[in-house]
Design a protein around this ligand. Structure first.
Ligand code: PLP
Length: 494
């Protein structure tokens, strides 16, 4: 399997794609083709546990890794790190409505599914592609990636990690999770800006030849733990294939029958992984792309124009407060197969803040993707309703997905079984979730009191990693202006 950039043709291995993170032309690495799963493959996958399914899927993409290497990576990522041996349980909450719970890992958000595996994939890749070098992982986070990457990379030999988060754009729990991270190789810094500023800053540092040279002089190399790295994407494909196998095993689906997938979307990584699963042979009918009030993807899917010239809102689902959905670039490439069209669209996004796709591409997109959005009020109402009707407590991001899934069924009448990605524990967003279910009572004064109150009135357990935060010491208090990111990195690496 060879990988190319979305913006110009090149041919590199998986290890090279994962260790570099982003292409030299600013594009993202994508596989040259999609491996195909046959009916026989599916029946053997159905008989496997999650780790075995992971090994099978990874071996199809990472063809330059040995099977021993892949087994080592998978065992390291998914043994003893998740609440149970099935890291991605599929819960049927109501007929046809299957919540794929992706938040039973160490940081209580779906990012763990990929970020427990990425350090193993990356250090294995570096041994092949850049032996002896220290990998410096740069992360821009809207809240959950930062902690998941820190947890995955803390004290991993041969790596250092720097995380930037928007100072006023993450939940108190998210901030505390990051600021208490231990590890000799970690740095965490707030920036005075929003997530897009953090992501743009990190991309600029990647592209800066002077920074690259400085690192090279110290035998170091940048890489990325953001979902622009193919090593983040491929672990996410696994759980969609796995969910399909679970639906077959439960007889919710017969072989050949299709289902829908709904994903609460920000950077477009998670939903893109579902699209990859479809391209491999998983029979997904429609991808329902759910956004919060920052509904840039909803508008794009409706009109074919991607326009970031609009207000940016901070919402109760902060991990989706994003106006530049990086992974959409990969989908544009897969739908068009046209490097120069993608490069032009991305150049236009940079200079004008917008681009439009041709009518044929829009038609192809709309055939497979449905976009919808809801605001904080509707998110809250959905949390309350789901809890009252089905006694299922979900977080704010998952609630956006459930809301848009209901809107999709209403708009289309399509009620075939659906897998809805449940992306975070409700306890990560205790204030909003509690105010959705406490019948309008006054909120307790602090975040941990809210967590306890939430557990008390819903009868659901507080996840260990959240309960444990209360006694942890804050180790990282740095905060810099948008233009101070490069200096912060260089000071840390000195
Ligand atoms: C990151 C995140 C999302 C958005 O996922 P993308 O892959 O960026 O689209 C949704 N929900 C939660 C809880 C997240 O942490």
């Amino acid at each position: 399997m060879q990988y190319t950039s979305t913006r110009s043709l090149c041919s590199i291995t998986a290890a090279q794609a994962i260790s570099r993170g982003i292409a030299g032309d600013g594009g993202l690495f994508v596989p040259g083709s999609f491996p195909q799963l046959t009916a026989a493959d599916f029946s053997s996958l159905c008989a496997m546990d999650y780790k075995q399914r992971a090994e099978k899927i990874l071996s199809l993409y990472l063809t330059d890794y040995t099977s021993e290497e892949i087994a080592h990576c998978v065992a390291g990522a998914y043994t003893g790190t998740f609440e149970n041996e099935a890291p991605a349980p599929l819960k049927e909450v109501a007929p046809g409505m299957n919540l794929l719970e992706l938040w039973h890992g160490p940081t209580c958000a779906f990012k763990d599914m990929a970020l427990q595996l990425l350090p193993f994939l990356l250090t294995t890749a570096a041994r092949k592609a850049a032996p002896g070098k220290t990998m410096v992982i740069l992360v821009a986070t809207s809240g959950d990636t930062g902690k998941a990457a820190l947890d995955g990379f803390a004290d991993v030999p041969g790596t250092r990690i720097v995380v930037f988060f928007p100072r006023d754009g993450v939940s108190p729990m998210q901030k505390l999770q990051m600021q208490t991270q231990a590890g000799a190789n970690v740095a965490v810094c707030a920036i005075e800006g929003n997530f897009d500023d953090a992501q743009t800053g990190v991309k600029a540092i990647f592209a800066d030849p002077a920074m690259r040279e400085t690192l090279a002089a110290g035998n170091m190399e940048f890489s990325s733990a953001n979902s622009i790295n193919f090593g983040r994407l491929v672990p996410q494909v696994i759980y969609y294939v796995s969910a399909y196998c679970d639906l077959l095993n439960r007889k919710t689906l017969k072989p050949g029958e299709s289902f829908n997938v709904t994903v609460p979307t920000g950077n477009f990584g998670n939903i893109l992984a579902a699209y990859y699963a479809k391209r491999m042979g998983v029979p997904v009918n429609r991808f329902i792309c759910a956004s919060n009030k920052n509904r840039i993807l909803t508008d794009f899917i409706a009109t074919g124009t991607y326009d970031r010239n609009r207000p940016f809102y901070t919402t109760d689902s902060p991990s989706m407060d994003i106006l530049i959905s990086s992974n959409l670039e990969r989908l544009l490439y897969h739908l068009s197969g046209d490097h120069s069209a993608v490069a032009k669209a991305m150049a236009s996004l940079k200079s004008e803040g917008k681009y439009s796709v041709p009518a044929e591409l829009l038609a192809a997109l709309q055939k497979e993707f449905f976009g919808g959005s809801c605001d904080d009020e509707a998110t809250c109402a959905t949390i309350r309703e789901l809890f009252e009707k089905h006694h299922y407590l979900c977080d704010t991001h998952t609630a956006v997905a459930v809301n848009v899934y209901e809107a999709y069924k209403h708009a289309t009448g399509d009620d075939r079984p659906c897998v809805i990605a449940s992306t975070a524990s409700p306890y990560k967003f205790a204030r909003a979730v509690l105010s959705a279910v406490n019948g309008g009572a006054v909120l307790p004064p602090d975040e941990f009191a809210m967590v306890e109150e939430l557990s008390r009135i819903t009868g659901t357990p507080i996840p260990g990693p959240i309960a444990g935060l209360r006694t942890k010491e804050v180790l990282h208090r740095a905060s810099v202006a948008k233009n101070g990111m490069a200096k912060f990195i260089l000071d840390f690496l000195k």
